[in-house]
Write a protein that binds this ligand. Structure first.
Ligand SMILES: Cc1cc2nc3c(=O)[nH]c(=O)nc-3n(C[C@H](O)[C@H](O)[C@H](O)COP(=O)(O)OP(=O)(O)OC[C@H]3O[C@@H](n4cnc5c(N)ncnc54)[C@H](O)[C@@H]3O)c2cc1C
Length: 431
C-alpha cells in the first residue's frame, strides 16, 4: 500500500497504538482527541497534588500485548508487581478472599458449594475456546456450577449493582475471561500478583506520544472530529474539525462506536442498526485520599444489603507510591437509572457513608480529598451471541475502519486489549 494520509479518532491507548504502527509503516498520521488530554479512560488528573488515573488500573500476568508494547518502548523496567490481597464484605463482615484458606474459612458457603466454586475457577483457567460459553448467559452458567444459593451469595448482588436490569444480558464467555485473567495472575496458588506501571498509565501514554511525535505524527488535543465526509461514492474524503474540512485518505475511529452513526451520516442504515444494537453503560467513579489505609486489600467485593457499591478498590495497596491511602468506588449503572441523575457530591457522600461499615475505626476526618469522574461508555454489555453481533471493523465506507472496547470480546476491558485491537486496526488498514 502506498503511504497515505490517515486521521485517527481518539487518543486513548487504542488510537495511539494504531497511530504508532501506521507511522512505522510510513503513513502520514494525525490523531484527533476531543478532550484536552491523551488517554481516554486511562487518563490521569491532578488529585490534590498527586498525578493519578481517573479510574483504577491494574495489570495482570496474562497482559501479553501490553508487555510487548512496553518492551518496544523501553518501559519493561517500569512494570511493578505486588502480592495483592482481596477481601469479601458479606453480611456485615469483612472476610479474606482469593486464597484456598480464605475460601475454607468463609462462612457464607457450604463445603460442597466451596468445592464447586474452586472447581469452576480451576476449569475456567484452562478454557481456550470461548465459543460455547458465548452462547449462554453468565448467571445461568454460574447457577449451573454453584447452585442457586451460592450464586446468590457470590454473584447476584454484584451483577445487580453494576448492571441492574441488564444483569441477565451478559454472556458466560465475557465473565469467564474476567475470572480467568485474574485467576492466572498469581505468583503461586496462595498469592495473587497484580501489576502497575511506575508513575501510572501516563508513563505508557507519554512514551507513546513521544514516539508518535518522533516519527512525525501529530496529536491534536481539544480537536473533536464532528464529521467524516465522503465523496458521494462511498469513500472517505475528509474529516470536519471545528467547522473546517481537512482532506484525508483514511479514518480510523477508536471512539466509542455509538458515536459513529452521527459522525458518519453516510453509513448505510443496516450497518448503523448493528452499531445501535450494542449497549454500553457509564460509570460514576469516586476517588478518595485517606489519612490512613482502610484495609489491607487491593480489591474488596461487597455483598451487603446496606451498601449499594459492588466493590472498593484500595489502589494504594497495589501501588504503595500512591500515598497513604487511595480508594476508588465505582458506581456503574445504565444511564436511564434514576441514580445517575444525582450530582457528584451525593456519590462522594454515599461512599464516605459506607466506609465505617467496612472498617468500624474509620472516621470522616480521615478523608483528605475527594473527587468524582464520569465516563459515558465505560462498559459494553456483551449478551450471549455477542461475537456475531459485532459489526466488522472495516465499515462499508472505503477508507473508514473502526473499533472500540467492545472489540475486546470475549475479553474484558484492559489497556492490554486496546493495544491488541489498536495493532489489529493498523494491520487491517495496511492490508
Ligand atoms: C472504571 C474503569 C476501570 C478500569 N480498570 C482497568 C484496569 O484495572 N486495567 C486495565 O488495563 N484497564 C482498565 N480499564 C480500561 C482501560 O482504561 C480501557 O480499556 C482503555 O483505556 C481504553 O482505551 P481506548 O483507547 O480503547 O478507548 P477510550 O479510552 O474510550 O478512548 C477513546 C478516546 O476517543 C475520544 N473521542 C471520542 N469521540 C471523539 C471524537 N469525535 N473526536 C475525537 N476524539 C474522540 C475520547 O475522548 C477518548 O479519549 C478501566 C476502565 C474504567 C472506566
Amino acid at each position: 500500500m502506498t503511504a497515505t494520509k490517515t486521521a485517527v479518532i481518539g487518543a486513548g491507548p487504542m488510537g495511539l497504538v494504531c497511530a504508532l504502527d501506521l507511522l512505522k509503516a510510513g503513513h502520514e498520521v494525525d490523531v484527533y482527541e476531543r478532550d484536552d488530554r491523551i488517554g481516554g479512560m486511562s487518563a490521569h488528573f491532578d488529585f490534590d497534588g498527586l498525578a493519578i488515573e481517573r479510574y483504577y488500573h491494574f495489570i495482570c500476568k496474562t497482559d501479553q500485548p501490553l508487555f510487548g508494547l512496553l518492551a518496544e518502548l523501553g518501559l519493561s523496567g517500569r512494570l511493578r508487581w505486588t502480592d495483592t490481597k482481596m477481601g469479601f464484605f458479606w453480611n456485615g463482615r469483612l472476610y479474606k478472599w482469593g486464597t484456598p484458606q480464605a475460601l475454607l474459612r468463609f462462612d457464607g458457603l457450604s463445603l460442597i458449594e466451596k468445592f464447586r466454586y474452586a472447581l469452576q475457577v480451576m476449569k475456567i483457567k484452562g478454557v481456550k475456546d470461548w465459543t460455547a460459553l458465548d452462547k449462554i448467559g453468565a448467571l445461568p452458567w454460574l447457577k449451573s456450577w454453584l447452585g442457586e444459593r451460592a450464586c446468590k451469595v457470590l454473584w447476584e448482588r454484584l451483577f445487580h449493582l453494576k448492571f441492574y436490569e441488564l444483569s441477565d444480558q451478559l454472556s458466560a464467555a465475557w465473565l469467564g475471561t474476567r475470572i480467568k485473567r485474574v485467576a492466572l495472575s498469581r505468583r503461586n496458588l496462595f498469592h495473587e500478583s497484580l501489576g502497575y506501571l511506575d508513575g501510572g498509565s501516563i508513563t505508557l501514554l507519554d512514551a507513546l506520544r513521544a514516539r508518535i511525535e518522533a516519527l512525525g505524527g501529530r496529536i491534536h488535543l481539544c480537536s473533536g472530529i464532528d464529521k467524516v465526509a465522503t465523496d458521494g461514492a462511498g469513500k472517505v474524503r475528509g474529516i470536519v474539525v471545528a467547522g473546517e474540512e481537512r482532506a484525508v485518505d483514511n479514518v480510523v475511529s477508536t471512539a466509542p462506536i455509538q458515536y459513529l452513526p452521527q459522525l458518519v451520516p453516510d453509513l448505510p442504515q443496516d450497518f448503523t442498526a448493528r452499531i445501535r444494537a450494542i449497549k454500553n453503560i457509564p460509570v460514576v467513579c469516586v476517588i478518595l485520599k485517606l489519612k490512613q489505609p482502610l484495609s489491607e486489600n487491593f480489591w474488596m467485593n461487597i455483598c451487603d444489603e446496606g451498601i449499594e457499591i459492588p466493590g472498593l478498590i484500595e489502589y494504594s495497596n497495589l501501588n504503595p507510591g500512591a500515598g497513604p491511602a487511595i480508594v476508588y468506588a465505582p458506581f456503574y449503572m445504565p444511564k436511564t437509572h434514576p441514580k445517575y441523575a444525582r450530582n457528584d457530591h451525593s456519590f462522594i457522600d454515599e461512599t464516605i457513608g459506607c466506609l465505617s461499615k467496612l472498617n468500624p475505626r474509620f472516621k470522616p476526618e480521615w478523608v483528605l480529598a475527594s473527587h468524582c469522574h464520569r465516563y459515558d461508555f465505560a462498559q459494553t454489555i456483551c449478551p450471549p451471541g455477542f461475537a456475531a453481533m459485532l459489526p466488522p471493523t472495516r465499515t462499508p465506507i472505503t477508507g473508514l475502519i473502526m473499533a472500540d472496547t467492545s472489540y475486546y470480546y470475549p475479553e474484558d476491558r484492559s489497556i492490554s486489549e486496546s493495544v491488541k485491537v489498536g495493532r489489529e486496526l493498523a494491520r487491517t488498514l495496511l492490508a
